[in-house]
Design a protein around this ligand. Structure first.
Ligand SMILES: [Zn+2]
Length: 353
């Protein structure tokens, strides 16, 4: 996933708070775009410099550095552009910290919460380093963490970043480093079903991605930011509703009953919207429009491979694969479901074949 894609997803799609924090980290790595910086620095990296030189101090991010006045001072000294551009850059930058749940805060330092996203962040930084022609060795990868001062972008101490990097670098190399993507693609070729695009995470067209991700452009209006704030608040609410329902089912898939264990006493399940939220379907963000499923059955449900037929207080699973053991299985949900959404899903995929 490219940095631009991360930023785009962070602004537009449902996702976790760790994803937002990773996107912010990726933004700080970003080295594309027009150079707004005075002096011989990397292009478009004023935010990277801001973190390393202003935000991070004494092992943590300092809350006061994120004050409007503090950012304004930095931008005025570093960025070429009119008042409007600078104000927009500041507002959008602060907005990014709000999205990631770092602002507002009353504590003098901002807890980056890096422990839950540091692994992804280091993998991302190493990918970028190798794609830029870096050396694929343990010592070079560790040296990169130091020379780029990644600990500052992670909001942790130097020692913390390096000790994590030492542990993670072996896993990174044994996973094939940046080549792991081609390995994954070769191992798991993605089937492309006809006329049933994934509705929950639709692939944005390449043009939409690059233009939408350029959120520092002067063209990006305040209304765009405002709309994003509103939709982000809605997403937060959705996540809470969804996690409550997942707990209600103790992470057991409503279709197959599997509780996917991901650690000692830790389980993983997904909340699937029966009728998708947002345009064009505008499904309700309520528990009666949600199912708790394992990742496999979530995918099959989203693609219409599995559908549900309402039968009184029960639901019958209908698979397009008649030999599927789930085909014709009756399930009894222990939460109320909106039958109009269930019927909508059934009919929607009926029309598609
Ligand atoms: Zn399942």
């Amino acid at each position: 996933m490219s940095v631009d894609e991360l930023v785009f997803q962070a602004i537009r799609r449902p996702h976790t708070i760790d994803f937002d924090r990773l996107a912010l980290f990726a933004f700080h790595l970003n080295n594309v775009g027009q150079p707004p910086l005075r002096g011989p620095s990397r292009p478009a990296l004023w935010a990277n410099e801001f973190v390393r030189n202003v935000l991070w101090r004494n092992g943590a991010w300092q809350t006061a550095a994120l004050d409007q006045a503090s950012i304004d001072r930095f931008i005025a000294a570093k960025m070429i552009g009119g008042d409007q551009v600078r104000t927009k850059a500041r507002n959008n930058y602060r907005y990014f910290f709000e999205l990631a749940g770092y602002l507002p805060t009353r504590t003098p330092t901002v807890n980056a919460g890096a422990s839950s996203w540091i692994a992804s962040a280091l993998f991302l930084a190493w990918d970028r380093y190798l794609l830029d022609g870096g050396r694929n060795t343990e010592s070079a990868l560790l040296a990169h963490v130091r020379s780029e001062e990644l600990h500052k972008l992670l909001g942790v101490t130097d020692a913390n970043a390096i000790s994590n990097a030492r542990i993670l670098v072996k896993g990174y190399l044994s996973a094939g480093s940046v080549r792991r993507f081609s390995l994954i693609t070769a191992l798991f070729p993605v089937a492309t079903p006809a006329a049933t695009p994934s509705r929950h995470v639709p692939s944005p067209s390449p043009t939409a991605t690059s233009s939408e991700a350029e959120w520092l452009d002067q063209d990006g209006s305040d209304e765009t930011v405002e709309r994003s704030v509103v939709s982000r608040l809605a997403q937060k609410r959705n996540r809470k509703i969804a996690s409550q329902l997942r707990l209600h089912y103790k992470h057991a898939c409503m279709f197959c009953g599997v509780r996917l264990q991901v650690g000692e006493g830790r389980f993983y399940s997904e909340a699937a919207h029966v009728k998708p939220l947002g345009k064009p379907h505008d499904g309700p963000d309520k528990t009666d429009n949600l199912l708790v499923l394992c990742p496999n059955h979530h995918l099959q449900f989203d693609r219409g491979v599995l559908r549900l037929k309402v039968e009184g207080s029960k639901l019958r699973i209908v698979s397009i694969v008649p030999s599927d053991p789930l085909h014709n299985k009756l399930i009894a949900p222990s939460h109320a479901l909106d039958t109009s959404c269930v019927n909508w899903h059934f009919d929607w995929f009926d029309d598609k074949r």
